[in-house]
Design a protein around this ligand. Structure first.
Ligand code: SF4
Length: 73
């Protein structure tokens, strides 16, 4: 199992985190609700790796954040 995970990591897995710059606009949740959720006044990303089906939308959310608050984790 460990080897399988390592191999996946070397391919196209991705994690994101939201930093303190978030202004709570909600755009990332609208763009990629599989990964980003509003939690009070700010957005949070899921803890685990982004599902392959959501990779493109999550990348779009990162690009679209007006304050650059979404980082690769
Ligand atoms: S798009 Fe950026 S500023 Fe807006 S809620 Fe998401 S992380 Fe926060």
């Amino acid at each position: 199992m460990k080897n399988i995970k390592t191999n996946l990591k070397n391919n196209n897995t991705m994690k994101y985190k939201v930093n303190d710059s978030c202004i709570g606009c909600g755009l990332c949740e609208s763009t990629c609700p599989e990964v980003f959720h509003m939690n009070g006044d700010v957005a949070v990303a899921i803890e685990g790796e982004v599902p392959e089906s959501a990779l493109a939308a999550a990348a779009e959310a990162k690009e679209g954040c007006p304050v650059g608050a979404i980082e690769e984790a």
